[in-house]
Design a protein around this ligand. Structure first.
Ligand code: 6CS
Ligand code: FE
Length: 301
């Protein structure tokens, strides 16, 4: 008899495995009635695919302000060499800025906006807090890829997130089209957890946020997921919002087009799913990547 200490073990030996998800995708709870809650039809689509895209949720003037703010943050945090500013691999362009809700009042306000918060609370069936926020700038000509991965695999192993009870909310700050490296998702992949091969290096985030090589699925497992569910990209205008489950397999190609592709991510975690110890004796990652201090339960605007 094998005693399984962790139902979502990964990176613990050189064997890949495909593990059935345990627990619901949409959690029951009293929070299903926010003004901007998803309809039953939309919830069914989210449960089935592991994501849903809401086109035009934000107005053009809002996304223009958000894009200006994102670019300003990238410039200042890059110039000041803040740890929250992550550079492109092999270059000095800013790839991502983390903890944007702490660096900017504009993003701090948006994370409390009912159009996002009502849906996060509805899906997670509880009060929520921000586990992580970031802007991925993916500039034209030089924005590099984000290889296929499940965020939960990283957040479980490296941050000690217990269960799949977190949702990423992506706000498209620029148009995502077939040329500029749109976010791609594997429909239905949230129902299978891919246990990855390889031992996590120390301070892995210093490398993984630039180019992830550990905690990525092997080709056979990825092929299994895509063969079952296909691929879908979140092509759409700025102002569209995508909610995707923490375990939905996703990635994006490099951007060699002249058009920038900037996306803003708020990761809402249930207050009943707070981080524990990282797996495999890893050191906890810095607060700007994985919030542990009593992150405030969000008051809705
Ligand atoms: O390690 C993390 O938390 C980050 N890595 C990726 C590739 N996606 C989620 C998150 O931004
Ligand atoms: Fe990710």
């Amino acid at each position: 008899m094998v005693l399984v200490s962790d139902i979502y073990q990964s990176r613990s030996d050189n064997e890949a495995a495909i593990i059935l998800r345990q627990g619901p995708v949409v959690y029951p709870g009293p929070h299903a009635r926010g003004e901007f809650a998803l309809s039953e039809h939309q919830l069914r689509s989210y449960r089935k695919n592991g994501f849903i895209q809401l086109r035009g949720l934000l107005q053009q003037n809002e996304t223009e302000e958000l894009l200006r703010e994102a670019r300003q943050l990238a410039l200042t945090s890059g110039q000041r060499g803040l740890p929250e500013a992550v550079l492109e691999p092999g270059g000095d362009e800013v790839r991502s800025v983390f903890r944007v809700h702490g660096l900017s009042r504009v993003f701090e306000r948006l994370m409390r906006d009912g159009r996002l918060l009502d849906v996060a609370r509805q899906i997670l069936g509880s009060e929520v807090y921000i586990h992580q926020s970031r802007v991925n700038l993916k500039p034209g000509f030089s924005g590099r890829e984000f290889y296929w991965h499940s965020d939960f695999e990283t957040w479980h192993i490296e941050d000690g997130m217990p269960r799949m009870r977190a949702v990423s909310c992506v706000v498209l700050l620029t148009e995502n089209n077939e040329f500029n490296g749109p976010l791609m998702l594997v429909p239905g992949s949230h129902m299978h957890y891919i246990s990855c091969i390889g031992q996590t290096p120390e301070d892995h985030y210093k490398q993984s946020l630039r180019k992830q090589e550990y905690g990525v699925p092997d080709p056979t497992s990825l092929g299994f997921l895509v063969q079952r569910g296909g691929l879908q990209s979140t092509k759409g205008p700025a102002g569209s919002v995508v909610f995707f489950d923490c375990n939905t397999m996703h990635g994006s190609n490099s951007n060699i087009s002249p058009f920038p592709r900037a996306n803003l991510f708020f990761v809402y975690n249930s207050v009943d799913n707070r981080l524990g110890n990282p797996r495999g004796g890893l050191q906890p990652r810095p607060e700007f990547i994985a919030a542990r201090e009593s992150a405030p339960v969000l008051q809705r605007l």
